[in-house]
Design a protein around this ligand. Structure first.
Ligand code: C2E
Ligand code: MG
Ligand code: MG
Ligand code: MG
Length: 283
């Protein structure tokens, strides 16, 4: 009796384990095909300057237009792409999709608006990302100042010396460097400054604390003061309310990004004007 139920439990675990394995293998195969057939589309989310209420930049965010499951967000496939190494090819594809779009914007309101590209840790550490970007710029005939890259703090710890050299070489193309999800890792501001970063994007977990308790405000105030003294700009991510926007403006945060201002949309659905009818008037 005890033996049987133990055996059943084993079979149960065993089949659940194999189901998960089979599911993962299927997903990986689908992802590989999706990259080969380019089933991906980029959505773009505007960033806004607090002082001018104008769009300063667009963040490119990848979506997988899955043949049977519809539009999937990055949280459903970037992790698997990283684990399997498929991120290297997906990353190249993203750079190409973004540069294709930038070239199409050669005329019109988005012509001079830089687009920031999220670069994953493996893509940064295992590929010559400077070469990927430089060749995409040349292929599409666009200027380095049209592109920015976003890296998380965890991408830099793998090899700080190589990271610094790499970043300087990318910067020399005219490409701006942004730290993504800042505050969730362990890098110091002086290190980031030495690595030539232009912009800190403060993680949305800090933004969501604004107006609830003092901690978010204390963090932003300290970061903004230090970043400014080092010549870096500060962007608040994940701004969802008028109150958060108001507090961030009062703290002299440089730029805001979040659902309160703009949601990520396909290129065709971006607004026809770069002007957000005054940020302050919005709240
Ligand atoms: P991230 O780079 O930190 O991007 C910001 C994420 O927050 C995006 O989610 C965006 O849609 C979401 N967001 C923007 N405003 C708000 C807001 O006000 N509230 C909340 N709750 N969320 C907001 P998304 O598009 O699902 O992307 C998630 C993550 O996937 C990104 O985080 C980035 O790390 C990664 N990712 C996205 N596109 C790419 C890509 O092309 N390549 C790579 N390697 N990673 C990407
Ligand atoms: Mg980002
Ligand atoms: Mg982020
Ligand atoms: Mg993130």
């Amino acid at each position: 009796e005890a033996k049987t139920s133990g055996k059943n439990r084993y079979h149960l675990f065993n089949s659940a384990f194999y189901d998960a394995m089979r599911q993962r293998t299927k997903r990986e195969k689908e992802l590989r095909a999706a990259i080969a057939e380019n089933q991906f589309v980029m959505h773009y989310q505007s960033r806004v300057d607090c002082k001018t209420s104008k769009v300063t930049s667009l963040e490119a965010l990848v979506r997988w237009n899955h043949p049977t499951e519809g539009m999937l967000g990055p949280d459903e496939f970037i992790g698997l792409a990283e684990e399997t190494g498929l991120i290297l090819n997906l990353g190249e594809l993203v750079i190409d999709l973004v540069c294709t779009q930038i070239a199409q914007w050669a005329h019109g309101v988005y012509a001079c608006v830089p687009v920031s590209i999220n670069v994953s840790s493996r893509q940064f550490n295992e590929r010559d990302i400077r070469e990927s970007i430089a060749s995409a710029l040349a292929r599409h005939g666009i200027d380095g100042s049209c592109v920015e890259i976003e890296l998380t703090e965890s991408s830099m710890v793998v090899d700080p010396r190589r990271t610094a050299d790499n970043l300087r070489a990318i910067h020399a193309l005219g490409v701006k460097l942004l730290v993504d999800d800042f505050g969730t890792g362990y890098s110091s501001l002086s290190m980031l400054h030495n690595m030539a970063f232009d912009v800190l994007k403060v993680d949305k977990s800090f933004t969501s604390r604004l107006g609830i308790d003092e901690s978010g405000e204390v963090f932003f105030r300290a970061i903004i003061t230090m970043a400014h003294s080092l010549g870096m700009r500060v962007v608040a991510e994940g701004v969802e309310t008028a109150e958060q926007a108001r507090i961030l403006e009062a703290l002299q945060c440089d730029e805001l990004q979040g659902f309160y201002l703009f949601r990520p949309v396909p290129a065709e659905e971006l607004p026809g004007s770069l002007h957000l009818d005054s940020l302050s008037a919005a709240h």
